[in-house]
Design a binder for this molecule. Sequence first.
Ligand code: SF4
Ligand code: FES
Length: 229
Amino acid sequence: MSMSKLLTFKGTDLTVTWDKTICTHAEECIRTDSKLFEKGRSPWGQPDLVEAEEVDRIVRRCPSGALQYGATIESAIGNTPGSSKNEGAEQPEPENTVTVVPNGPLYVRGNLSIVGSDPENPTSARRVALCRCGHSKNKPFCDNSHVEAGFQDTGAVGREGPGLEEKGGVLQVQTNKNGSVRLIGNVTVKAASGCSRWNGPKVSMCRCGLSKQKPFCDGSHREGNFEAE
Ligand code: SF4
Ligand code: FES
């Protein structure tokens, strides 16, 4: 998986970074009245044109986590997006949530710890878009391959889960080889329609696109011979 290739928009107090390898081109950043981002402008991101609160508000809209911000300190930007080590960085939302996008990815938000190839060194993040069609070339992240693959799922959430005793805390995002993505920690899985939701302390989400109980894993990845690191 890749979480690099950063473009940096440096402001006096805040610096915004954009990672094109995980941008899903949802355009939430430019469809605003804000002057922070403007399509076709060079550079298209200019943090000094708006107040810090506006940088926070607009960057938080980015569902993929491609946009991040932090204090303008050379060493603090880029390596650990959203990291609490950077005092000016985005604070996590009080709840960990997964929004199931119809025919598209899982938008995960909260206090995320992404467990990669080195489990001892997870990456901290606030927002990620995870592939659930099985076709991304940048797994576990979405790269919009669901469009070409013709992935179809309404995004309904059929079960309600065991419930939560508390909200928030770290949510570990862990991918199983050739199988599901496991979310460990307090989490709410919501249908994009807002009509249904699951709550619980851990859950396995389908990322092969084959489950008959989407968005949850039902073991179909085995019969489908799904392959993913
Ligand atoms: S994924 Fe983020 S950076 Fe990419 S277009 Fe959407 S809001 Fe902008
Ligand atoms: S990952 Fe799709 S059914 Fe398990």
